[in-house]
Write a protein that binds this ligand. Structure first.
Ligand code: FAD
Length: 468
């Protein structure tokens, strides 16, 4: 025997931790996984407080426009009314079902699932603090040949007067009562998504962002286009504006702004970034190297500077997305326990990560923005089309869609593909395969469209709007 209780001890039952634990166990390793939130936490942020509940609320919000659009198609629709309690209850039931699916997947693979807050006592020992029914805490120690940290991230709220009155995405799903007036602070994808969701659900929403435009890092045209579309839907979007203080009054929460104005709201959601979840893990005592905001520093095999300690997912802060955490988990398992029979070891790649922003309308993107491609000094051809989708010819809505291709003039390769419009994530996922295969504009041109669809615009744009 090795003298270890486990070959691999995974800390964190989120996207990265569950995938790594399952795959390692399937390769014959003795694996334990500790999740601080117990069975209710299995699946991690994505399942319990992120992608999945967010997407369910996005669907809920999208009906508001659907009812309205239906009138243009001849339907008589009584004024619809949202039952917020029903939506919350049904979401919670679905998340509980998914937690159970994750539990069965882990147990079916032979992973020992432990409930508790874990910290590293030494390079091979995990100390697990488990809450007991009587309110006390039990402590156990486990020895493992390797330890994988997959503790994810946590919302970051800056310091200001009245900070205790605001909430983060962790609390937004169960807000009580429904906020008729919501203030969203932040300009990233999570802020934009919740602004859009609550707007659709019927709240009056103000979104404040201190920068000059929302969605920093996305293509500039996409950013401006989306901001215009969200404003058309009724969002009060204020840029280059910050909150200096929040105070509670009889008529609601008052946010005092740096431009001298103020906003009164029933709830204030701060979506101002996330930081790696490293607090209390014992990393400093062990000498595990950390970078900006505490992110764990790892090499190409996700090994830290302590040879038995590995880390994947949001806690290494390379790209905080579920598919990236999954890819990193698969790469670390292939490295430690060998690839699946007949396959070669997988590596995590960070180029061409397709992403969507589930706003209304939504954003889909893969590859380089125009600004990124220009920064590489390339000569480019830009193809762009902005138009009213066929659906809205009868719906009566003035929503528009944007499709854009960034093409390298010398090689004809499509470097970036961007879209604002319905189902952008679904559409861009397919094109991401083409970009991964190195598709050229000539190959896009040689592809027949599916008519009539919005996505056919990507293969029917013939003349560049800009060359150079
Ligand atoms: P997590 O999923 O965060 O899991 C970490 C787990 O570790 C948690 O369950 C936590 O309880 C546990 N833990 C922490 N510390 C300890 C400890 N000391 N001991 C034991 N357990 C511990 N990504 C997408 O790809 N698409 C989306 O649409 C999307 N939407 C999102 C929306 C929101 C509101 C948020 C917040 C995130 C969203 N994300 C989305 C990001 C995605 O959820 C994360 O990238 C992903 O969950 C990261 O997985 P992870 O395994 O690194 O960490």
């Amino acid at each position: 025997m090795s003298g270890f209780d486990f070959d691999l001890f995974v800390i964190g039952g989120g996207s990265g931790g569950v995938r790594a634990a399952r795959l390692a166990a399937q390769r014959g390793a003795r694996v334990a996984l500790a999740e601080a939130r117990g069975l209710e936490g299995l699946g991690g942020t994505c399942v319990t407080l992120g992608c999945i509940p967010k997407k369910l609320y996005h669907y809920a919000a999208h009906y508001a426009h659907g009812f309205d659009e239906a009138r243009g198609y001849g339907w008589h629709v009584d004024p619809p009314r949202l039952d917020w309690a029903t939506l919350k209850r049904r979401r919670a039931a679905e998340i509980a079902r998914l937690n159970g699916v994750y539990e069965r997947l882990l147990q079916g693979s032979g992973v020992t699932v432990l409930h508790g807050w874990a910290r590293l006592a030494d390079p091979h020992t995990v100390e697990l603090h488990t809450p007991r029914p009587d309110g006390s805490t039990g402590t156990q120690r486990w020895r493992a040949e390797r330890i994988l940290i997959a503790t994810g991230g946590t919302p970051h709220v800056p310091h200001f007067q009245g900070r205790e009155h605001v909430i983060t995405s962790d609390q937004v799903f169960d807000l009580e009562p429904f906020p008729q007036r919501l203030l969203v602070v932040g300009g990233g994808y999570i802020a934009c998504e919740f602004a859009s969701i609550f707007l659709g659900l019927g709240a009056r929403v103000t979104q404040l962002y201190r920068g000059e435009q929302i969605l920093r890092g996305f293509d500039d045209e996409v950013r401006h286009f989306l901001a215009d579309e969200m404003r058309k839907k009724g969002l009060d979007l204020r840029l280059a504006t910050s909150v200096v203080a929040v105070r509670r009054a009889a008529d609601g929460l008052h946010a005092v702004l740096d431009d001298g104005g103020h906003v009164v709201a029933d709830a204030i959601l701060y979506a101002t970034g996330r930081v790696p979840n490293v607090h209390g893990l014992g990393l400093e005592a062990l000498g595990v190297a950390q970078g900006a905001q505490g992110a764990i520093v790892v090499d190409d095999h996700f090994c830290t500077n302590v040879p038995s300690v590995y880390a994947v997912g949001d806690v290494v802060a390379r790209a905080a997305l579920t598919p990236v955490a999954l890819a990193e988990a698969m790469a670390v398992v292939d490295h430690l326990f060998g690839p699946a029979p007949g396959q070669s070891a997988r590596k995590a790649r960070y180029d061409l990560i397709p992403t969507a922003v589930f706003t209304l309308p939504s954003v889909g993107t893969v590859g380089l923005t125009e600004a990124q491609a220009r920064a590489e000094g390339r000569r480019l051809r830009i193809y762009r089309s902005a138009f009213k989708p066929l659906r809205h010819t009868l719906s009566g809505h003035d929503e528009r869609a944007l499709v854009k291709l960034v093409v390298d003039d010398a090689s004809d390769r499509v470097l970036g593909l961007h879209m604002v419009g319905p189902d952008a994530g679904e559409i861009v996922q397919g094109f991401a395969v083409a970009l991964r295969c190195g598709a050229t504009k000539a190959q896009f041109d040689a592809t027949l469209g599916i008519h009539p669809t919005l996505a056919e615009e990507f293969v029917t744009m013939r003349e560049p709007v800009t060359t150079g």
